[in-house]
Design a protein around this ligand. Structure first.
Ligand SMILES: [Zn+2]
Length: 289
């Protein structure tokens, strides 16, 4: 477990971008670095002297070989972030798995000892992503109130109008236009690419909002899985994609067999769900298949 030896003192902004560039490297792909065990919350001060709490990790002198990942390959990141408690412990658990949200500040030393992000940035990002996720669920559920124009024709609901503002504000600051190679199309394309973990989350929220993708969850482990466009007519293939991996698929089949056996022995649906740590709807699906 990482034990910082001194308070975090943020450096002046001019050289920060350069110092921490290695953490969000990549020309075409966003790359993030999980903080792992080498992360902790410490007290410190901003470059203007404001006291705050900072989520820090030791400054990586050489990050080559560290375990970078592309956040766009982790589906449902925004949902996962929204679900962590709005506390230092909650944010730490998320950062250990996925890394800093944006470009962290470095300590005011040469060489710097730590990189860190302040509590207010995490708090603000968590509140906004949480609100966006709630709005997505609201819109998805079809319960969104629709407002009427003066002539009586429907226009955007207020929830929807709010999320568009947040999405655009965040995409503006955390994405960049890039020419990238598309393997599937075998040609170069112009694309908006998220530059940070937070940018990747807003990117995912935006794609969900416009209906470019939707998510389903693995019936066994609950992991989010991205599905293609809603309107693409691929419903049959989607319906089968209920497990995230071969491991979960075989475990799922064993659970279904177990559900049938328990039901034959007279167990109630609720007890079967509890026994197999799943929900009653899933048990009912298993029993009819
Ligand atoms: Zn799974």
């Amino acid at each position: 477990m990482f034990q910082p030896i001194r308070p975090f003192q943020a450096a002046k902004p001019d050289n920060l971008q350069q110092l921490s560039a290695g953490l969000f490297a990549g020309d075409a792909l966003c790359r993030c670095l999980p903080l792992g065990e080498s992360a902790a919350w410490v007290s410190g001060t901003e470059s203007d002297g404001t006291a705050s709490r900072f989520l820090v990790r030791p400054f990586p002198g050489d990050v080559a070989g560290e375990d970078f990942f592309n956040p766009l390959e982790v589906h449902g990141l925004a949902f996962e972030f929204a679900a962590v408690p709005h506390t230092e412990v909650g944010f730490l658990s998320f950062a250990r798995r996925y890394g800093f949200l944006g470009v962290p500040r470095a300590t005011d030393e040469n060489p710097p000892q730590y990189l860190g992000e302040c509590w207010t940035d995490w708090q603000d990002a968590h509140a906004k992503i949480g609100a966006a996720v709630n709005t997505l669920r609201y819109v998805e559920s079809g319960q969104e109130p629709v407002e009427l124009r003066a002539d009586g024709t429907p226009c955007l609901g207020t929830a929807r109008a709010g999320i568009i503002g947040d999405i655009n504000e965040n995409l503006k600051s955390v994405t960049s236009m890039r020419v990238v190679w598309s393997d599937s199309k075998q040609r170069h394309e112009l694309r908006a690419v998220p530059l940070t973990l937070l940018g990747a989350m807003w990117w995912q929220v935006a794609r969900l909002f416009v209906g470019e993708v939707s998510y389903t969850r693995c019936k066994v482990c609950g992991k989010y899985m991205e599905r293609g466009p809603r309107e693409a007519g691929t419903a049959a293939r989607m319906a089968n994609a209920v497990f995230c991996s071969a491991t979960c698929r075989s475990r799922g089949h064993r659970m279904r067999a177990k559900a049938h056996a328990l039901r034959s022995a007279g167990a109630a649906i609720s007890d079967i769900a509890k026994h197999l740590t799943t929900d009653e709807a899933t048990v009912n699906e298993w029993l009819v298949s």
